[in-house]
Design a protein around this ligand. Structure first.
Ligand code: FAQ
Length: 311
């Protein structure tokens, strides 16, 4: 790569300028963006499945309408992110094939099952809560189309977080059985939510370069700490207990000390060994196969139109 071009690129990034699709960029920058953005898009799409599981069983019409809208938002987020990633020269089909073949990842969090209605509260509160913590800084990521997609996504995500907290708040203030369900959902979703931020900084191969290129604006551990600091008082406010014996306010740091994530579990889930990983990929494969006729019809239609134009 031409060193002068590279220096000019790095200077633009350092000056907080956005890099746009037609601008020159190093191959490794393009590659890591396609990796992160496509995995982010896949997470939104696979992320529809755990909650989709409860649409028909929501406890009342109002809850059903809200959940339906939330899951639709997630489809929208996936689509903006695929479109933004396509501006880097990778097609949607290529990205989908990478997901289905297991080459591309999606967030570990969506490999856990939603066992009760309280899980829908926990997902909105904790999973969307963790997602916004990570995505607010991405509104200033150095690649323009990714940053702009994040603006709308974050607005919707913050609404999602509130609806989840509101479900949990109601259950926590309900009958003893409802409160028990809310606590059980917090117990099961807490640690997987902390895993969403990725491995510890010293074990994160991509962080250093991505921070230098301002693709990432904060490290994995910084965001994880912020999430703990904001979420623990929210649990306390509704009388729930975060399932971590080591959790303790550290006056000196002005932050919570907390226990170690089970990194063995994290890496196992990343490798595709999560509790419902197989079901998730089967559902995506089925959706892709079931949609084949639509893609075929669209292609044939486009070919006919192109032929008619030539004639
Ligand atoms: N799951 O070197 P790092 C949502 C992989 S929110 C699976 O630290 P990086 C909204 C990582 O890809 C969830 N894999 O990597 C919603 C890398 O492998 P690779 C999606 C993980 O990229 C809510 C390797 O480990 N949000 O969907 C995970 O610098 C509710 C080494 O890691 C985003 O994707 C994980 N948790 O940092 C929807 C946000 N963590 O790619 C429905 C954008 C790490 O080299 C319902 N992404 N890995 O093969 C990011 O900010 C970053 O990519 C990180 C990882 C922070 C996730």
């Amino acid at each position: 790569e031409d060193p002068a071009r590279l220096a000019a690129f790095e200077a633009r990034v350092a000056a907080d300028e956005f890099i746009e699709p037609k601008d020159w960029m190093p191959d490794a920058y393009r590659k890591t963006l396609v990796r992160q953005m496509s995995q982010h898009a896949h997470s939104e799409i696979v992320g529809m499945l755990p909650e989709g599981n409860w649409i028909t069983r929501a406890p009342n019409l109002r809850r059903k309408a809200i959940l339906l809208a939330k899951v639709q938002d997630e489809a929208g987020h996936g689509l903006y992110l695929y479109s933004a990633a396509e501006t880097l020269g990778t097609s949607r089909d290529e990205m989908t094939e990478a997901l289905l073949s297991g080459k591309a990842k999606y967030s570990t969090i969506f490999n856990y099952p939603t066992l009760t209605w309280a899980d829908i509260g926990a997902i909105g509160w904790l999973v969307d809560g963790a997602a916004i913590m990570n995505q607010v800084p991405l509104q200033r990521t150095s690649y323009g189309p990714y940053a702009r997609a994040m603006v709308r996504i974050c607005k919707e995500e913050s609404f999602h977080q509130r609806q989840g907290y509101e479900i949990t708040m109601h259950l926590a203030a309900g009958t003893p059985e409802q409160k028990r369900m809310a606590q059980d959902a917090l117990n099961r979703w807490w640690w997987p939510s902390l895993m969403m931020f990725g491995p510890p900084d010293e074990k994160s191969p991509n962080t250093e370069q991505s921070m230098r290129w301002r693709i990432k604006r904060d490290t994995n551990d910084e965001l994880r700490q912020k999430f703990v600091d904001i979420t623990v008082p929210q649990a306390e406010a509704i009388g729930l207990k975060v399932p971590d014996d080591k959790l303790k306010w550290n006056e000196e740091r002005g932050a919570y000390d907390f226990g170690e994530v089970d990194w063995e579990e994290f890496y196992a889930v990343v490798r595709g060994e999560g509790p419902v990983a197989k079901e998730r990929m089967q559902a995506r494969q089925k959706a892709w196969d079931d949609g084949a006729w639509v893609r075929d019809a669209a292609r044939v239609h486009a070919e006919k139109r192109a032929a008619a134009k030539q004639a």
